[in-house]
Design a protein around this ligand. Structure first.
Ligand code: NAG
Length: 336
């Protein structure tokens, strides 16, 4: 009796109720929890416009920006949720075909604009619903003066993941599986000379240390520096030459993903997707979502809602399987 009175006097009796309702999201060290609504910290790198980049004046004062951030900030229009976006390195999210050190340590709740690929990613990670249709097919990029034995280089940390190639069908050989290739990694010199994983893989290809590069089918378009007004965080010279120095011998390889570009990729079991999914489902039906799609030139790839004009769905060349490419390699996208 005396002991019970003592705990009550110290105020312990009121604690269980408060604790139960305290945090609305998984705990993050060094961050105040949301007590009345979820307070979510998301992370992005700045080398992948328009998905994730640095906004220069007049768009922004060197702030993190992109399609992902705009959607993330939009969620509080449709949900009782607070979202903060911080800069991160992609490798802290995902690298060497496994969860990155920062995502594992819970430095932030989730990383933005990752493709929900098959294979290794879902073994480690939990994905939210997508904010763009499955518009990120894989491709095989090759140099135009090489044939050689099939040595393939992957872009470390980026979709598609290596296991995606084995589940992909070769549209030029009656849809047989790709087989009989070996993976190579960039040399020490290349790793020292370049920081961006896409640059490292392309350099490996251009140096003839790989015969093909397994990469997003739209990456050469995304990294072409012609008419881009953002600060490129990659080597523009290396990436100039689609159709002259290098070209895709396979495009439209959609088998590598479960879903398109997601808003969040977090530690498996984190429960983050349960918090954000209802908000994403609502947000992609709004006019604000349409406006963000227009701003980032993604009208084609967004989930069309009532605010989208009729027939705003066209097909980009990288979405077609190679068997349906009509031009020669000079377009950058070879036919069979
Ligand atoms: C893919 O994303 C869409 C749109 O957000 C969603 O409706 C669907 O449930 C998602 N599928 C998976 C497997 O997450």
């Amino acid at each position: 009796m005396t002991a019970l009175l003592a705990t009550t006097a110290l105020g312990f009796s009121s604690m269980p109720a408060t604790c139960e309702t305290a945090a609305k999201e998984p705990p993050i060290p060094g961050k105040m929890p949301g007590t009345t609504k979820p307070s979510i910290l998301l992370a992005q790198d700045v080398d992948w416009p328009p998905y994730a980049y640095l906004a220069m004046p007049p768009e922004g004062d060197y702030t993190v920006a992109g399609f992902g951030k705009d959607v993330a900030m939009g969620l509080s229009e449709v949900c009782d949720i607070e979202v903060e976006v911080t800069q991160a390195t992609w490798a802290g999210c995902w690298s060497d075909d496994k969860i990155g050190a920062d995502a594992k340590a819970g430095v932030y709740h989730g990383c933005m604009t990752y493709t929900h690929t098959i294979g290794s990613r879902p073994r480690w990670m939990e994905f939210s619903h997508s904010i763009l249709e499955n518009n990120k097919p894989a491709g095989l990029l090759t140099t135009l003066d090489e044939t050689g034995t099939p040595k393939v280089v992957d872009v470390n940390g980026w979709a598609p993941t290596q296991d995606g190639l084995a589940v992909t069908k070769n549209a030029c050989t009656g849809n047989t599986a790709f087989s009989g290739y070996e993976w190579v990694t960039p040399s020490e010199e290349t790793l020292a000379a370049y920081e961006n994983e896409n640059d490292r893989a392309l350099k490996t290809l251009l140096d003839g240390e790989a015969d093909a590069m397994f990469v997003y089918a739209d990456q050469a378009y995304t990294y072409s520096c012609a008419d881009k007004d953002v600060q490129p965080a990659w080597d523009c010279d290396l990436w100039s030459g689609l159709g002259t120095k290098f070209a895709y011998i396979h495009t439209g390889m959609f088998e590598t993903a479960f879903n398109g570009t997601t808003l969040t990729m977090s530690k498996r079991g984190s429960g983050l997707s349960k918090i954000v999914n209802p908000c994403i489902d609502k947000f992609i039906t709004t006019k604000s979502y349409y406006d963000i799609c227009v701003k980032h030139d993604f009208v084609d790839d967004c989930y069309a809602n009532e605010f989208f004009p009729e027939g705003s769905d066209s097909t980009d060349p990288w979405e077609l399987p190679t068997s349906e490419q009509t031009g020669d390699c000079s377009s950058g996208y070879c036919g069979c």
